[in-house]
Design a protein around this ligand. Sequence first.
Ligand code: HEC
Length: 173
Amino acid sequence: MFLANGVGMKNFRYYLGLVLLTAVGGVGWWVFQSREIAAKPGALFYPDDVQLVAEGKELYGANCASCHGVNLEGAQNWKTPGEDGLLPAPPHDETGHTWHHPDEMLFGITKFGLAEFANLENYKTNMPIYKDSMSDEEIVAVFSYIKSTWPQEIQNGHDEMNQRNAEAKSPGA
Ligand code: HEC
C-alpha cells in the first residue's frame, strides 16, 4: 500500500543515513539514535520525542490552528454542519475523535485527504490536502505533538489501537 511503502522508504533512508554516519561518528551515537527512533508497534508518531513534539507544535500553530483551534479545541459547534453545509473542524484534543483513529489513518487523511484516503468519492470537506505543502516528517511531527497532549490513558489506548491495526494487516506477524 502506498502509505506503508512511503513510510518504509523513509525508514530505509533514515537507516542508510544512520549507517553512513555511524561509520564516521562511532558506536555511542548509534546507540543514542536507535533508542530515539524506536517506534511502538504499528505507530508512526513519537509523542515522547520532546524535540519532535516542539517542532510539531510550531507546525500545528502555522498550519492547523486556524481551523482546529490554537488549543486543539476545534471549531464552535463542530458537530453541526455550517452554512456551507459542510462539517466544521473537530477538536484534536481528547474531546474530539482524532484519538479514535490509528496513526496510519490520521497520516493518510492529512496527506491525501478524506475523500481519497477514506475512499469517499465526491465527499466535500473544508479539510485541506497536505501532500504538496508538508513533508511526511512534518505531518509526523504535528501528530506527535497532538498525541503528546492527550491524557496518558488515552495515549495508552491509542497505542493498543495502533498495534491491533498493524496485526490486522499482517496476521501472524
Ligand atoms: C481550512 C480549515 C482546516 C485546516 C487549516 C486544517 N483542517 Fe483538519 N479538518 C478541517 C475540517 C473542516 C475537518 C472535518 C472534515 C469532515 O469531517 O468533513 C477536518 C478534519 C480533520 C481530520 C479528521 C478528523 C479527526 O479528528 O480525525 C484530521 C485528522 C485533521 N483534520 C487534521 C488536520 C491537520 C493535522 C491539520 C494541519 C496540518 C489540519 N487538519 C488543518 C479543517 C481544517
